[in-house]
Design a protein around this ligand. Structure first.
Ligand code: ZN
Ligand code: ZN
Length: 129
């Protein structure tokens, strides 16, 4: 992943460890990731579709809040580096260029824990999606 499209942080209460910790958000054309800086819980999102001027609605799902974040990114469509709107829920992640409206939509693919500070002796395998 040498391409850098979106790389930002959002401080919120982690859905897994419950800590108020930075959630590191990275997105490129092929994939998007959200990682908790406290417990290492990582959610992987894969592209669903791309669109221009799309309107979409997202609804909160269960205990997962929807995050609305602004991040600077270079739009691959209009080429302008500027603010993008990020919307992240449990089942999806979307980025949208404020300049031209070009949007990437990703859907939740899998979740894994890259580090497990509580059960250090236990090998943690990726959880089934
Ligand atoms: Zn966490
Ligand atoms: Zn754009």
């Amino acid at each position: 992943m040498s391409e850098r499209f979106v790389f930002t942080r959002h401080r919120t209460r982690c859905y897994r460890c419950g800590e108020a910790a930075d959630q590191v958000i990275k997105a490129v054309s092929a994939q998007a990731q959200v990682t908790c800086s406290s417990c290492g819980a990582t959610r992987i999102f894969v592209p669903r579709f791309e669109n221009i001027g799309a309107t979409w609605v997202c609804t909160p799902l269960g205990r997962y809040d929807i995050w609305r974040i602004e991040a600077d990114a270079a739009c691959k469509y209009c080429g302008v580096a500027g603010p993008h709107d990020l919307t992240i829920g449990y089942g999806h992640l979307a980025t949208r260029c404020r300049n031209c409206g070009y949007a990437h939509f990703y859907r939740f693919n899998l979740e894994y824990i890259s580090s497990c500070p509580i059960d250090e002796g236990v090998v943690s395998a990726p959880r089934a999606p």
